[in-house]
Design a protein around this ligand. Sequence first.
Ligand SMILES: Nc1c(NC[C@H](O)[C@H](O)[C@H](O)CO)[nH]c(=O)[nH]c1=O
Ligand SMILES: CC(=O)[C@@H](O)COP(=O)(O)O
Length: 163
Amino acid sequence: MATQLKNLSDFSHTTIPNGSAFKIAIAVAEWNAEITGSLYNGALQTLLNNGVLAENIVSIAVPGTFELTSAADILLQKHKDLDAVICLGCVIQGETRHFDFICDAVAHGITQVSVKYSKPVIFGVLTTNDQQQAIDRAGGKHGNKGDEAAITALKMAELVATI
Ligand SMILES: Nc1c(NC[C@H](O)[C@H](O)[C@H](O)CO)[nH]c(=O)[nH]c1=O
Ligand SMILES: CC(=O)[C@@H](O)COP(=O)(O)O
């Protein structure tokens, strides 16, 4: 379903797991900081609102979305008790194919890290054609992908804990 047909922050219709037992990391890219800052705030507040303790949230910032893969690997290597890692970034199409390489690299990269550690690594990266599409998905008319990423992390953490 396209984002235009759903609100990224609308999860009232589903059961959101209580996160009081979980330890979750958030890695956020500094590129497009006004956007990624909104994604981070959305993810952080959603985790707190659903029971995750502040002391159980590990946050790190990296220069860009491309570095999110290594951030996730480092976090899971150093913190063996993490239940999930949320990766937040915003990649906006420029004049060249750099956009394609970054988006492909981080999508494949964090997937490989998730499999390597058997831990959920959540793709909270906006990959937009322009700034307005990013604004719309970082607390604008289409909600906040940071909220969506946090809910996904909670659901996956519970899945791993209960299967
Ligand atoms: N253009 C964007 C970038 N570019 C930087 C890369 O992510 C990376 O930091 C650099 O290639 C050095 O390894 N990053 C974003 O997050 N968003 C962009 O729009
Ligand atoms: C996604 C990018 O790296 C991009 O914003 C850089 O812009 P350009 O492709 O015009 O160099």
